[in-house]
Design a protein around this ligand. Structure first.
Ligand code: NDP
Length: 286
């Protein structure tokens, strides 16, 4: 008889990771008098972005980092934003720079990401970091994919040889998580909106990573019994509740382990941002 899947608790994993980071930050401060600095740049008044920036700021403070949010008005020009980034790039006390996306439409996002010093690009989106990842040589890795891998490793002692299906091919999630799975010696399939018979593609997988943005799209009968399911999707339903891309209520009866939404990948994303800030600090300042 099939039991219920193990729930992979991202909230607890993120709290553990933040506590570890906090200890390391304290040790660096005690030994060298230095404090890793995370600078988040927000342009405009997007309500969701404001909430994200506030929680990044708060959690960076909690782990003892020097946390600064630069809140710029919506009418900030591209040139002004580039000037702000040049200033942060040149400041040695700044270890991590994150520009909160999406940017207002009059600003070219690609040009902005290209202007961040790759050594301070804690979102891992700069083409140099993406290129390093594609070559199997990690620079700074995007936070959500990093969080997915940490959760996956909690559920599965060894990933080598497993079949992984990633649904979604975005630069932010799908592509980088597929690269990390490949580095972990999985056999990786990347599915997307043009994939034929997605249900049977997903059903072959030992690991399913859903990063689509469609509530409850991945059904229980898409999942191989015992498979590990990581649900990246964050979708706001009409009743205001959050839902993942996976039909959790049914999938939990088939999967071996599964992340909930909320409380799965989401909390790991910010914890991994702090982890990346520490990684960037070490790489630049020893
Ligand atoms: P994007 O919209 O950039 O990408 C979505 C991907 O899903 C695309 O590759 C698209 O395919 C694919 N897709 C869309 N519809 C289908 C379909 N019917 N069947 C198969 N594939 C489909 O989204 P993101 O990658 O940025 O985000 C994905 C989800 O993850 C969202 O819900 C987002 O909110 C969430 N998210 C959560 C984070 C967290 O911290 N937990 C962080 C970042 C994102 P195609 O390329 O062919 O168009």
């Amino acid at each position: 008889m099939a039991g219920e899947a193990r729930i992979i608790d991202g909230k607890a994993a993120a709290a553990t990771l933040r506590a570890e980071i906090g200890r390391e930050v304290a040790a660096i401060k005690a030994a060298r008098g230095l404090v890793p600095g995370l600078h988040v740049v927000l342009v405009g008044e997007d309500p969701a972005s404001k909430v994200y920036v506030a929680s990044k700021e708060k959690l960076a403070v909690e782990v003892g980092m020097n946390s600064v949010a630069h809140r710029l008005p919506a009418e900030t020009t591209e040139a002004e934003l580039l000037a702000k980034l040049a200033e942060l790039n040149a400041d040695d006390s700044v270890d991590g720079i994150l520009v909160q996306l999406p940017l207002p439409k009059h600003i070219d996002t690609g040009r902005i990401i290209d202007a961040i010093d790759p050594a301070k690009d804690v979102d891992g989106l700069h083409p140099i970091n993406a290129g390093l990842l594609a070559g199997g040589k990690n620079g700074l890795v995007p936070c959500t994919p990093l969080g997915c891998m940490l959760l996956l490793r909690q559920a599965l002692p060894s990933l080598a040889g497993l079949d992984a299906v990633v649904i979604g091919r975005s630069e932010l999630v799908g592509r980088p998580v597929a690269q990390l799975l490949l580095q972990a010696d999985c056999t990786v399939t990347i599915a997307h909106s043009r994939t034929r018979d997605l249900a049977s593609v997903a059903r072959r997988a030992d690991i399913v990573i859903a990063a689509v943005g469609r509530p409850h799209m991945v059904k229980a009968d898409w999942i191989k019994p015992g498979a590990t399911v990581i649900d990246v999707g964050i979708n706001r339903l009409e009743d205001g509740k959050l839902a993942g891309d996976v039909d959790f209520t049914e999938a939990v009866k088939v999967a071996g382990a599964i992340t909930p939404v909320p409380g799965g990948v989401g909390p790991m994303t910010i914890a991994c941002l702090l982890k990346n800030t520490l990684t960037a600090f070490r790489a630049r300042r020893g």
